[in-house]
Design a binder for this molecule. Structure first.
Ligand code: NI
Ligand code: MN
Length: 225
């Protein structure tokens, strides 16, 4: 499988079988995105929560016939109301899709849509596919249950915010890495806007100082997992 980072919280996962999964595709209005929304397509779109910098371009990228939205119940209903196919889930629940398994976790944050609809609880997401397990925390503050998430899941890649202000900053994010104990931590949700400026290499060196591994992805970079 391949993982491509578009900056902020936006990723594209391409499965070994060629399925394309987008997570939180915030492209238009994202000054750090290296791609345009028109260049993207998706078989599946996973949204962690309803904020504009996470729903992003999901509705312009999605195909009403082909794309399946995967989100918590209230946000899935919102997508369905817009005419899209959606699979309703909720926190603590997992489901086996054709590309792999998706399970939602808690996240401490908010979730109002840009047009002021309640988006349900914000979430993190654990995706197990092609022999790897990824944990994208969504927008969240630090929480102790991350220890449990790390205990019951062997996380290969953990994507977590470091930008502070709306989410964890660097020092709390380093603690989150200690709790979850992933093979590799990838910092996200930083430098998109002045209010969330943070140095990902400071995060990397602090993660390495506690004996763990972090990888800073360039905006647009794609890696093979
Ligand atoms: Ni948010
Ligand atoms: Mn956000």
């Amino acid at each position: 499988m391949k993982l491509r980072y578009f900056s902020h919280s936006a990723f594209q996962i391409t499965s070994d079988s060629g399925k394309i999964i987008l997570i939180d595709p915030f492209i238009t209005g994202n000054p750090t995105s290296p791609v345009k929304a028109e260049e993207l397509k998706a078989d599946f779109i996973i949204l962690t929560h309803a904020h504009g910098d996470h729903i992003g371009d999901a509705f312009s990228i999605a195909d009403k016939e082909k794309t399946l939205f995967i989100c918590v119940n209230e946000l899935a209903n919102y997508c369905a109301d817009k005419g899209f196919k959606a699979h309703n889930m909720h926190i603590g629940g997992g489901y086996n899709f054709e590309f792999g398994r998706v399970k939602f976790t808690i996240a401490h944050h908010g979730s109002l849509t840009p047009d002021n609809h309640y988006g349900g609880e914000p979430a993190g997401v654990i995706i197990s596919m092609d022999g790897k397990t990824i944990y994208h925390t969504g927008d969240t503050g630090l929480f102790l249950d991350m220890k449990l998430i790390g205990e019951i899941n062997k996380i290969d890649y953990m994507m977590l915010p470091i930008g502070d202000n709306f989410t964890m900053g660097i020092s709390d994010a380093v603690k989150a890495v200690e709790f979850v104990n992933p093979a590799v931590a990838i910092p996200i949700h930083y430098n998109t806007f002045p209010v969330i400026e943070a140095d990902p290499y400071e995060f990397k060196s602090k993660v390495e100082a506690i004996g763990k591994k972090a990888m800073v992805l360039e905006f647009g970079q794609e890696i093979e997992l």
